[in-house]
Design a protein around this ligand. Structure first.
Ligand SMILES: [Zn+2]
Length: 74
């Protein structure tokens, strides 16, 4: 899959309006995803949201994600 195609899918998108905690296998921190993107901007989920959780699972939060998540909530 080329990057242009991936961007199209992300913008279309079936992950719109979906949010939750996400911890990629290769990441040490939990990120908070909104509309398929992490609030810190480092991660993106293209397909669905089956990996999202409504809890941080007790893992350490990504600082960038957590700061923005708190800001949104207030
Ligand atoms: Zn993050």
């Amino acid at each position: 899959m080329d990057t242009e195609y991936a961007a199209d899918i992300a913008s279309e998108s079936m992950s719109e309006g979906v949010e939750g905690y996400f911890w990629p296998a290769e990441a040490r921190k939990v990120h908070y995803m909104v509309d398929g993107r992490s609030l810190c901007g480092k991660w993106m989920i293209l397909h669905g949201h089956s990996g999202l959780s409504n809890t941080d699972g007790g893992h350490a939060m990504c600082v960038g994600c957590e700061r923005k998540r708190v800001a949104r909530a207030s």
